[in-house]
Design a protein around this ligand. Structure first.
Ligand SMILES: [Zn+2]
Ligand SMILES: [Zn+2]
Length: 167
């Protein structure tokens, strides 16, 4: 988040003066013929943007509140079941695991063990953060995008994996 509350560094002051430079929470989604895969769930208007039936599944980078806050509203939906995949974090966030509602928390994703969503190959990579955290590499028809958030640099084995796997 920029500006950081109370911070007076150049970047934060600039963001305070001009909202163009401010940064909000980060999340993303992939859409394929009406099916949506959410990557984290923190948009304030998430329930309106993705009406019932349009969320196919959710992958989480980690269980910090600023990445999963929309799940607390989403979970009390009706007549749906939404698969949620994330890193191996037995604690999760608050009482999400205890009261999942319509969220179907699946077994944790393991680093470097790829899986598929539709025709997209997704490989989780471990990141460096204060909570178990995964980045995801999406590959589709020869194109690759890496979604890496909240990490301090990259673990050596991830750098090596990129060097070995990316063109
Ligand atoms: Zn600052
Ligand atoms: Zn975080």
């Amino acid at each position: 988040m920029l500006p950081v509350y109370g911070c007076q560094c150049i970047a934060c002051e600039r963001a305070r003066e001009n909202p163009v430079y401010s940064l909000g929470k980060t999340s993303a989604y992939i859409s394929d013929q009406g099916w949506n895969l959410l990557i984290d769930a923190n948009a304030e208007d998430l329930l309106r943007r993705f009406p019932a039936g349009s969320i196919d599944s959710i992958v989480l980078t980690h269980y910090h509140m600023d990445h999963v806050q929309s799940l607390f509203d989403l979970r009390w939906g009706l007549n749906l079941s939404i698969p949620v995949f994330g890193p191996d974090d037995p604690v999760g966030c608050d009482d999400l695991f205890k009261h999942p509602g319509i969220l179907d928390f699946k077994a944790a994703r393991q680093p470097f063990e790829h899986f598929y969503w539709r025709d997209i190959r997704i490989t989780p990579v471990p990141l460096i953060h204060s909570k178990p955290c995964l980045g995801y590499v999406f590959e589709y028809r020869g194109k690759r995008i890496a979604y890496l958030t909240d990490t301090v640099d990259l673990p050596e084995k991830v750098k090596q994996w990129f060097e070995g796997n990316l063109m």
